[in-house]
Design a protein around this ligand. Structure first.
Ligand code: SAM
Length: 283
């Protein structure tokens, strides 16, 4: 099992590369329109369902922590909606939490190169959208203190990849007044009557669990959140990335709508000064 080394916890925001990466050195996880470069195609096309994906939340004027930003599609959309965003993703020296017995897959050069190319896509978009988002890298289960507090924490399609999804919910909840949790519901309709389901899900080396909305709600309730809204929607899955033994992806067209759910909630007693939003930034 993974034990996080103490050394990886960052103490400051990342700086953008002096020159943006070239398009040929990028991989897009999401289909997105890049200013001046047109449509880039990714595994997921969240564009038609993005309002549902964000839990119909109002982001204008809010300081937002976005966990698992990947190529930044959601980050840039949040900015377009008027948010001030801190985008967070895995530190360079980390990989996805590897499942026990998953072998060396997550350590291969091809796999690490894939992560690097998605990060490049983020920085290319950051430049082209003239983004003001700040970026930090680390592990969601140990959010760095310098990030401060947020009006809204958003964690979308990250829980399934974590050895400790409950710990991650607690980490995000600790620093925000409102929370949006979105996950692919691979087990849609199955086991919905089982309270608090956390289910070992798929047979790829970086998907641990299917966490059901009722469990997320129960955890957040314990952490002082209320006013829950659970919604169900579908999102377009364009391409299934299977992986060769060396970790390099093989794209397989799918074009199917996959069930998702979104849980939104707000802290019953807000953090921060009474009567203000949680816009304190530390460091
Ligand atoms: C499936 S993608 C989801 C991307 C985007 N959030 C979305 O909703 O489409 C998972 C993202 O979470 C990031 N991630 C995986 N493990 C993480 C961790 N322990 N801490 C922070 N980010 C992580 C990955 O690098 C990737 O960018």
């Amino acid at each position: 099992m993974r034990v996080l080394p103490p050394a990886f916890e960052p103490t400051c925001y990342a700086t953008a590369p002096d020159e943006p990466p070239t398009l040929s050195d990028c991989t897009f996880y999401h289909t997105m329109e890049l200013p001046g470069l047109g449509t880039q195609y990714g595994q997921w096309d969240l564009r038609p369902g993005i309002a549902d994906y964000l839990g119909a939340t109002e982001f204008a004027g809010c300081r937002v922590l976005e966990i698992g930003t990947a190529d930044g599609f959601v980050c840039f959309e949040l900015e377009r909606r008027g948010a001030s965003v801190v985008a967070f993703d895995l530190a360079d020296d980390l990989t996805y939490d590897a499942l026990p017995l998953s072998g060396e897959f997550l350590q291969t050069d091809a796999y690490r190169n894939g992560l690097r190319r998605i990060r490049n896509a983020y920085w290319l978009g950051h430049r082209l959208f003239r983004s003001s988002a700040r970026v930090a890298y680390g592990h969601v289960n140990r959010l760095p203190a310098f990030l401060g507090q947020f009006d809204i924490g958003l964690i979308a399609n990250v829980l399934q990849h974590l050895q400790d999804p409950i710990g991650a919910i607690a980490q995000v909840a600790r620093v925000c007044n409102r929370i949006v949790v979105t996950e692919t519901d691979w087990l849609h309709g199955q086991y919905d009557d089982v309270k608090g389901l956390i289910y070992f899900d798929k047979d790829n080396p970086y998907v641990w669990f299917q966490v059901k909305p009722i469990l997320i709600e129960a955890v957040l309730r314990r952490l002082g959140f209320g006013n829950f809204c659970i919604s169900h929607h579908t999102q377009r899955f364009v391409e299934d990335a299977e992986h060769r033994g060396d970790g390099s992806p093989i794209g397989r067209r799918t074009d199917v709508d996959i069930p998702h759910f979104t849980v939104t909630a707000e802290r019953i007693v807000p953090i921060g000064l009474p009567g203000t939003t949680a816009t304190q930034e530390v460091g």
